[in-house]
Design a protein around this ligand. Sequence first.
Ligand SMILES: Nc1ncnc2c1ncn2[C@@H]1O[C@H](COP(=O)(O)OP(=O)(O)OP(=O)(O)O)[C@@H](O)[C@H]1O
Length: 188
Amino acid sequence: MEIRFEQVSKRFGRKMVLDHIDWEIHDHEIWRIEGASGLGKTTLLRLLMGLERPSSGQIITSESVRFAPVFQENRLLPMQNAIENVRFVCDLDTEQIRSLLCELIAPEDCEQPVGTLSGGMQRRVAIARALAVPADILVLDEPFTGLDETNIARTAQCILKHAADKTIILSSHVEVNVFPQAKYLRLG
Ligand SMILES: Nc1ncnc2c1ncn2[C@@H]1O[C@H](COP(=O)(O)OP(=O)(O)OP(=O)(O)O)[C@@H](O)[C@H]1O
């Protein structure tokens, strides 16, 4: 798997958000997209996943690529519990899902409607759901929002364990050095 951005620019109206980006992504790499708020990190991820089109330049993909995204907003089903939210996207059985979730949240929280969980817990459910999806690239837009240091470290370990066979791409506007092996793409 290889994805290549060649001189990719994106503008919204007159505003140039991304300006001639060159970027190459390969199997099993970890990428961290860095840049201050508003510099285009989400836009870059959306271009990568084909949710936006470049204004100029091209994105070349060697084969069809499956993405597992965690968007900035969690996009969970609030009335369903965590297990049901994950089951919705994968073929894992209930015990496999519970085991994955329990690496990130308490067992009793797996049974609650996710709308009643704290913001940080919901974030972790959204991450677990992405880890359960069959995918080539895990795309994490500000994954650690709302998490304290302990949970950031725990979540990062869980991501590395379950996405060992995937490419991982995350955006962050804060210095969270949880993936020392990550390559950097700096915007701005
Ligand atoms: N659909 C859109 N229409 C118009 N402008 C947009 C659109 N999407 C993004 N933008 C603008 O593009 C710029 C970059 O936004 P983007 O969300 O990619 O930044 P970001 O680096 O992810 O920011 P943050 O760290 O705050 O999430 C912003 O000025 C934003 O207003």
